[in-house]
Design a protein around this ligand. Sequence first.
Ligand SMILES: [Zn+2]
Length: 78
Amino acid sequence: MHDINCFVPNCQSRPYAPAGTQSVCKDHFINFLTWRRRRGPQMFLKYAAMTMQDRDAIAAEWQKTIRVDEAPSNSPKV
Ligand SMILES: [Zn+2]
C-alpha cells in the first residue's frame, strides 16, 4: 500500500499523481515536475519513456532534494 499518503516523508497529503510505483500529493507532484524540468529536456524525455520501476530511481533521487520544511511541528528546529 503506497497510496494512502504522499510518499514524501512527513507529508500527510492525499496522493494526487504517480511518481514511479508510488504516489505523491499535488504540491509534491508539481515540485517533482519542476525538478525534472530544471534537469533539462533530456531528463524530461527520458523520464517519459521510462517504466514505472525505472521512475522509482528518479523519484528517489528527487526525494533527497526536498527540503524538510514540512517536518512535524514537534521536531527540533535547527
Ligand atoms: Zn506530498
